[in-house]
Design a protein around this ligand. Structure first.
Ligand SMILES: NC(=O)c1ccc[n+]([C@@H]2O[C@H](COP(=O)([O-])OP(=O)(O)OC[C@H]3O[C@@H](n4cnc5c(N)ncnc54)[C@H](OP(=O)(O)O)[C@@H]3O)[C@@H](O)[C@H]2O)c1
Length: 278
């Protein structure tokens, strides 16, 4: 099997399927680990205004020596900035902090006010003003995902949501496929919980791989983008080493069967919205 990292093409844009996440990384760690991840071979970095590390992520990219055009860079608009002018101001601030125009700008969590029409209008205006190459969503259930796309002239190229073996996401994955978008999995390793999983452990042993590697392979093999995070360079390398093996359909199904109703780890969804049932 060729040892080549996989990517996904959405709306004509090519997105590396394995990215590096930076939530909860203090600026010094974010800078160090982003540079390390890029040296390992990652070409996709995920940050957000609310992580307070955009400037450090930009420094890490510059430290790495990897050319900016070879990297996919995502950041997010925080919910306090969803009014039209505030959104454009944050888009400018994020680009200035990073020192780069991001490839993708997401709405971090859906909220009822201001209206979706205002916020999606502003997000499109940010794209039209050259403050990002593309736009998308994060944490939008199916109904709101469809509504947002209906209101957005530009394609919303991903919906970044919690996804790992303990969640099904069947409906949301079908919605993304139906409207020509994609799913990006946050907490793809269930925040480390996969390390103790007996089923994933058995599959991992059969392939001579780790539970983390099998979990990430399960995600990318579905056509999902995954953005694991670690503070440890050796784990960053381990998590990136998933291109030389393939899971059989039966192994994919066994991992899908681990989904459970209480599998969600991080739920900050506005109470006026509801997650899909499965
Ligand atoms: N859009 C959103 O609302 C949202 C929300 C949450 C996260 N995110 C994004 O998604 C990224 C990833 O999510 P996450 O950080 O919550 O969780 P994650 O990547 O599922 O898990 C990270 C945790 O797992 C450990 N870990 C890393 N590699 C491992 C391996 N191979 N085996 C066992 N444990 C391992 C790490 O510990 P060590 O550091 O000790 O290795 C860390 O504690 C974030 O960094 C962020 O960029 C987005």
């Amino acid at each position: 099997m060729p040892n080549t990292p996989l990517s996904l093409t959405v709306d004509g844009l090519t997105i590396p399927q394995l990215g590096f996440g930076t939530w909860q990384l203090e600026p010094a760690d974010a800078r160090r680990m982003v540079a390390e991840a890029l040296r390992i071979g990652y070409r996709h970095i995920d940050t957000a205004w609310i992580y307070r590390n955009e400037a450090a992520v930009g420094d890490g990219i510059r430290d790495s020596g990897v050319a900016r055009e070879d990297i996919w860079l995502t950041t997010k608009i925080w919910t306090a900035h969803f009014e039209h002018d505030a959104l454009l101001r944050q888009a400018e601030e994020s680009a200035a902090s990073l020192g780069f125009t991001p490839d993708l700008l997401l709405l971090h969590w859906p909220k009822t006010s201001p209206t979706f029409a205002e916020t999606l209008g502003a997000l499109n205006a940010a794209k039209d003003a050259g403050l990002t190459r593309s736009i998308g969503l994060s944490n939008f259930p199916s109904g709101q995902f469809r509504e947002a796309q209906r209101l957005s002239p530009a394609r919303l190229i991903t919906n970044q949501v919690e996804y790992h073996p303990y969640l099904s996401l069947k409906t949301l994955r079908a919605t993304a496929a139906d409207i020509g978008s994609s799913i990006t999995a946050w907490s793809p390793l269930a925040q480390g919980k996969i390390a103790d999983d007996a089923v994933i452990g058995e599959i991992a042993r059969a392939h001579g791989k780790s539970t983390g590697q099998v979990t990430l392979r399960w995600l990318v093999q579905q056509g999902v983008i995954a953005i694991p995070r670690t503070l440890k360079p050796e784990r960053a390398a381990e998590n990136f080493d998933i291109w030389d093996f393939e899971l059989a359909d039966e192994e994919m199904a066994r991992i899908h069967a681990l989904a459970r109703p209480d599998g969600r780890l991080g739920d900050w969804l506005d109470k006026d919205f509801k997650w899909d049932k499965d």
